[in-house]
Unconditional design. Structure first.
Length: 353
């Protein structure tokens, strides 16, 4: 009899621990949240066709539902963030993974980062050219290396040593992005002929891209709260069209483009990376909550709508806190964004509305 009881208890324990849901308190069961962005910029309704808008909304929804399915079965915030970002990396609609922008030399150099709010563990990669999903390599760096950021060739060697899926340069290429580079290159020549100003001219977009490429930041990102109360955030990008000299933006820099801390919130940003780096955007939002007691909405507003605006830094962020509050402020015309809470339906936005 004793023996039978022991088996019953062990079986019960196994069921509880193998289903994360059983580890959470009942009232927390539906308390999981996922929030995403697919870039911010001069996103104007008059430049987006109905088909484009439908495609973008559908992909954002697919990304949210992918992450929700993980959170719903008691999965971890980090896993939901990675799976969600992979959906957007695999889509040519965004500037990450397939469909990433081209650098000055005519190839795609991608950056990504991931942070776990439980223990402030983080991993990131910069300037990778042949990793199919840079966010999975960022996770590998976080979990299976002693480092936080790996870059270039070294990051790719590490990817190979860890059997991370690679892809040919052709996989990342889309005609739309290639044409954007050609226009940017032409403008560079024009600028050299004139005053050498690198930022003032706008690139006319004839490819039907809804965002003015001079003021577009098509990076993708996700932040999640799981039913165990843990936060995580991640970001993935191709950076900026026509970037040179192995330029690295904010996206792979922990604290600037991505931050997650269970004591405050999880944040992913999109915008002009040089400003996000200088304003240490993601960490500043968390710090205002932790040290100054601001709410998530107040902290995010302070950094995106005041600090960045005063500096001239265009962009936006998405964030979630430990209570499941969501913030998605942006100081541009629009930002591809969305969130999903528990079993609710996804909420998706594009323009200022
Ligand atoms: N923040 C990214 C960078 O500067 C660009 C983006 O958000 O699209 O590389």
């Amino acid at each position: 009899m004793k023996y039978f009881l022991a088996i019953l208890i062990m079986a019960g324990l196994y069921v509880m621990t193998s289903h994360g849901a059983a580890l959470a308190h009942d009232e927390d069961k539906d308390k999981y949240v996922l929030v995403i962005h697919g870039g911010a910029g001069t996103i104007l309704k008059e430049k987006i066709s109905e088909e484009q808008e439908t495609a973008i909304r559908a992909k954002l929804e697919e990304a949210l539902l992918t992450g929700q399915a993980i959170l719903e079965r008691g999965g971890e915030a980090v896993d939901a963030v990675v799976a969600t970002i992979k959906v957007m990396e695999d889509s040519p609609l965004f500037n990450a993974g397939r469909g990433a922008v081209f650098n000055h030399e005519g190839y795609n150099e991608m950056d990504a980062s991931l942070m776990d709010g439980r223990d402030l563990n983080a991993g990131a990669v910069a300037g990778v050219t042949s990793v199919k999903n840079p966010i999975t390599l960022a996770r590998e760096v976080m979990i299976n290396s002693k480092h936080v950021i790996l870059s270039g060739k070294g990051a790719e060697e590490f990817a190979k040593s860890r059997q991370i899926e690679l892809a040919d340069p052709e996989y990342f290429r889309t005609e739309k992005r290639w044409n954007q580079l050609q226009k940017a290159l032409e403008k560079d020549i024009v600028r050299l002929d004139h005053d050498g100003d690198q930022t003032s001219d706008s690139i006319t977009d004839t490819e039907g891209d809804p965002i003015d490429p001079e003021h577009k930041f098509g990076t993708v990102g996700a932040a999640a709260l799981d039913m165990h109360g843990n936060l995580a955030a991640g970001t993935s990008t191709g950076g900026m069209t026509n970037k040179r000299w192995n330029r690295i933006g904010d996206s792979p820099v922990v604290g600037a483009g991505t931050y997650a801390d269970n004591n405050s919130c999880a944040v992913s940003g999109t915008g002009h990376g040089e400003y996000f780096l200088r304003a240490v955007v993601a960490h500043s939002i968390c710090a205002l909550m932790e040290y100054k007691g601001l709410t998530l909405a107040q902290a995010a507003d302070e950094i995106v709508m005041h600090k960045l605006v005063d500096m001239g830094g265009e962009g936006g962020i998405i964030a979630v806190d430990g209570q499941g509050n969501v913030a998605m402020p942006f100081n541009t015309e629009g930002m591809y964004r969305g969130y999903i809470k528990g079993h609710d339906k996804p909420v998706i936005g594009i323009y200022k509305d």
